[in-house]
Write a protein that binds this ligand. Structure first.
Ligand code: HSE
Length: 334
């Protein structure tokens, strides 16, 4: 089967790496080999094995009937939305790591995919390498999920935990997070809480079945958290973490993103570095916690490739997923 990657940055090149290094596993899981035949990027990569596959225009991908799946790793809404919707309309499956796109246009894109009997999947948009969406979509599909609470941004958790241990101000540690490929292109999205807000909007939409608009979620980042705040919390037996929450109510959801002082024995207090964690409460199963690397090239790419395998298996079997949530707006209560 043939795949195209849109964007050869941190995530796109990670997807290339996972598909090549774990080629045999991928082939076994899908039932046939998967080849990346086209990669869209405006840059050149002289000497890199990707070179012969590079293309400069999306038309070369959408007009190629041999491409079964498009892997969107560009980020942002435009032109990602146009490329993804066009690929779906041509019957190709699409996988993305783009939380901005999913939080803003997820319902619409799932509907287009459904109408064209294909899949639009986005595991890597929340929690990096943690299989959170697939857990909700497959393992917990039978559950009514009442609430989800978690640490959903790797950069800010990396910053807060290093501030805790090393007593350095956040601006200094942010530079390391950028060098390690954790932070967004504009790191304001991380430190202001916007990235975690989009991720909790996606999770809240999953559990409510309707669109939870990220603009409706009260959001506060870590820019006001000082070393003194961290020290005072420590003296009280607490730690500061950027916590994102959503819970079902009778007529909608409650949701928020803000730095919280949490007791040292709380499961989220032990989450260190770039790790994310999610506590899920289901009405039958009770509490579940998932923890893992929330950002970074390989972890995020691994989640993308899990969707690639799933979508290609579905395609081989003539199957496609129902939409996870509709375009109907879900009220957000404070
Ligand atoms: N900047 C994001 C984070 C990347 O730090 O969590 C993964 O979505």
């Amino acid at each position: 089967m043939k795949a195209a990657i849109l964007g050869f940055g941190t995530v796109g090149s990670g997807v290339w790496k996972v598909l090549h290094e774990n080629k045999d596993r991928v082939e076994k899981a899908v039932g046939e080999p998967v080849m990346v035949t086209r990669v869209l990027d405006l840059r050149d990569f002289p000497g890199h094995p990707v070179e012969p596959s590079l293309v400069k225009s999306f038309e070369e991908i959408e007009d190629d009937p041999q491409i079964d799946i498009v892997i969107e790793c560009m980020g942002g809404i435009h032109p990602s939305y146009e490329y993804v919707s066009s690929a779906l309309e041509k019957g190709k499956a699409v996988v993305t790591s783009n939380k901005e796109l999913v939080a803003s246009c997820g319902a619409k894109l799932m509907e287009i995919a459904y109408q064209h009997q294909t899949d639009f999947l986005f595991e890597a948009s929340v929690g990096g390498g943690i299989p959170i969406l697939n857990t909700l979509r497959l393992g917990l599909v039978q559950e009514k999920i009442d609430s989800i609470e978690g640490i959903l941004n790797g950069t800010t958790n990396y910053i807060l935990t290093r501030m805790e241990k090393e007593g350095l101000p956040y601006e200094q540690i942010l530079k390391d997070a950028q060098a390690l490929g954790y932070a967004e292109r504009n790191p304001e999205a991380d430190v202001m809480g916007y990235d975690a807000c989009r991720k909790i909007a996606i999770l809240a939409s999953m559990i409510s079945g309707k669109t939870v608009r990220y603009e409706d979620i009260p959001t506060e980042g870590i820019t006001e958290v000082s070393l003194q705040d961290i020290e005072e919390a420590r003296k009280d037996g607490k730690r500061i973490r950027l916590v994102a929450k959503a819970a079902l109510t009778e007529d909608g959801v409650t949701a928020s993103v803000r730095p919280e002082r949490i007791r040292e024995d709380h499961p989220l207090a032990g989450v260190q570095g770039v790790f994310n964690a999610v506590l899920i409460h289901g009405n039958m199963v009770g509490d579940i916690m998932l923890e893992g690397q929330g950002a970074g090239k390989e972890a995020t790419a691994s989640a993308v490739v899990s969707d690639v395998i799933y979508a290609l298996k579905q395609r081989r079997n003539g199957l496609y997923e129902p939409v996870c949530w509709t375009e109907q707006i879900c009220p957000v209560n404070a």
